[in-house]
Structures are given as structure tokens and as C-alpha cells.
Design a protein around this ligand. Sequence first.
Ligand SMILES: [Zn+2]
Length: 285
Amino acid sequence: MAETFEETAIVLRSVPYEERHRVVTALTEKHGKISALARNAIQSRRFGGTLEPFAAATWRMGETRGDLYHLDEATIRKDFAGLRKDFEILSLASVFNELMLRLAPEREPCVDLFKLHSNALAELEEKADAGRALEPRILLALLNAYLSKVLQWNGTQPQLLRCLGCERSLLDFPADARLRCHISVACWTCPDCRGVKPDSATDYAPGFQHQFFEATQAAIGDFYIGLSTPIRKVPELAQGSLEDQKLLFALMESLLIYQVPGFDRAPLKGLRFLPEITGTFGNAT
Ligand SMILES: [Zn+2]
């Protein structure tokens, strides 16, 4: 009999397997993204609501042959059912799940991603419980902050406080100043330094469309806030307008595609349900 172990898992996806079982993919701290077979999960009530998407539960599981653990028991810690009170919030939470399905390492520790994901879900649930719809600007600010922290986890260290050319501070420019962001090194140049290119400019990936990207000072400022503050502070601190957030989202997509292995151009499915926040960017580039 294989040994078992316990760990808290947040369900990312749950699919039926054969007639009676489920295969559940979840995010954990110590084992990253894992998939487990929950036998007889469909008819019996032994797993309760623990296998629903977003549910956080303590799983007792063991190794099995192949890629799946077998799930013996699951005890609910937090069901995040409040997310279902608001369609936009639920859609954004689904986008977060999709990102972890795409990016989280399999069977490797990812403490930072786990904390980010659970804090992001907690923040969304709190807002849904409060019964106040989130403005599109704030929904997108949360998505951008989440993406900025994924970049940071990946080891990308954006240099956002100073112009690459003249080293003037971000704060020296008005909110609507157009700054040129260089995707390969995640830094920016001001309007006076248009000719300055990062040293690694020759390393632009062949065929990569956005060697640089124009964004407003407000968008870069919110990028900095996303990187440097807990995600739960973002709704009160984000400054940029919806248009700024859209620019920042397009910049984030370019940075992630360029910087993070495994992040491809396939659009995030959950964004279909949030047309007002992605607008023209809802179609993949
Ligand atoms: Zn400059």
C-alpha cells in the first residue's frame, strides 16, 4: 500500500472520468499543480463539495502509477462559494484558474503562486459577498496585478521606476505621458529618449511583433503598484482609467508571451465573459 500525505489544494478543474470517477486538477503549495483520481466521486457523497472549482480543501492522497495521485479523502477548508454571487467576479476567478492551469509547475513547490491565487480568490469573494459590482477598471486592475506577480514569480524583474535612457523618475511624467516599454527587458524609455534601445534589443525573438509597446505613465504606475503591493490592496490603490488598464493588459500579454515559457498566444477563455474589460484585445494578437 502506497504511503499517503496531506496537503491543502485549490481545485482548478474537475472532469468526469469513466462513469463514476472524477479527475481533479488542483494547485498546492508544496506540489504545485497536481491531478488526482477521485474514485466513485460522482454517485457517492464522500467528497461533498470539495471537488468543485475554487474549493480549497485538505486532501489526503497517495501516489499511483502514471501522472495521477489517488485522492482518498478531502476536508473542506473554504469553498469560495461566494464567488458565484457575481457573474463578472466568477468569470475573473475562472481566468485566474485558467492561468494556473497553464502556468503552475507540475509537482514542484510554488508557494508564491499558491498564496497569490488564494489571496486573489479571497479578495474577489469578499467583493462578491459585499454585493457591490466591481467596475470594469478594477476587475482589469486585479487581472493586471495578478499577471505582474506571475511575471515576478517567473524571475522577470521589470525596471519601472526610471527611464532606461535618462533615469528620470516615473513620477516626473504626467499620467497621460506615452512611455515606450521594451518587452525583452521589461523597462521603459521616456519621450526624450526615443532613440535609446536596450542592449538586448538584438535578441528580440524572430517574428515577435511587439518589440516595444506604448503605454501611459498611469498604466506603468499601476504595473508598479501591482508588483509591489499585495493583490488585496490593488482595488484601492489602482489609479489608471479603464483605457490605461487595457493598455497595461496588452503590455502584460506581450511580456508574458515573451518572458514566460508555456504562456502562448491562445486567448484566455474566461475573458469572453468580460468583454467590457478586454475590448479590442479580447481577440488574440
Ligand atoms: Zn528618458
